[in-house]
Design a protein around this ligand. Structure first.
Ligand SMILES: [Zn+2]
Ligand SMILES: [Zn+2]
Length: 159
């Protein structure tokens, strides 16, 4: 949905509808994170993520659950999910103080997601198809989630 001032509003939520959220484009980055923690959140594969500047993001309905762990890089990473249906929604990290990493699967329209940037490939499972890994970082990329990068790729929530 394009607003009068030209910004595009993106909406999303969980499978049961209890949690709703929204944010404005442009996003800070798009990436695919293969870290072990993301495998738990995704069910085995990587997590497909859009990085949204925190001041552009709002939970508009409900009170999601949170669970925090210490990442390999030593940052507290908090995963946010619907406490009723369990849908993973987004995460945030001390290592990335300006952005939320929103799960593409929680968007109302995930179809526009596009990136070839893969991070934490060192933890990807050996059976994961690797043919399209054109841009990859074995762990975190050298930058992290500053608001609205025009290049649009590369960070994540691995810590
Ligand atoms: Zn739900
Ligand atoms: Zn990850």
């Amino acid at each position: 949905m394009v607003l009068e001032d030209g910004r595009t509003k993106v909406s999303g939520g969980c499978a049961c509808g209890e949690i709703r959220f929204g944010f404005y484009e442009p996003v800070a980055f798009r990436t695919i994170c293969h870290c072990r923690a993301c495998q738990y959140a995704s069910g085995g594969g990587p997590a497909y993520l859009v990085g949204v500047p925190r001041d552009q993001f709002r939970v508009t309905r409900g009170h999601p659950g949170e669970f925090a762990t210490l990442s390999e890089a030593g940052n507290l990473v908090t995963r946010v999910f619907c406490a009723t249906c369990g849908s993973p929604l987004y995460s945030y990290s001390e290592g990335m103080p300006d952005a939320y990493a929103v799960k593409v699967g929680a968007l109302d329209d995930p179809s526009s997601f596009k990136t070839r940037t893969h991070i934490w490939t060192s933890e990807a499972q050996p059976w994961h198809p690797k043919g399209l890994w054109s841009v990859k970082f074995r762990r975190n990329p050298p930058f992290s989630g500053r608001a609205a990068r025009s290049t649009g790729d590369g960070s994540g929530d691995g810590g």
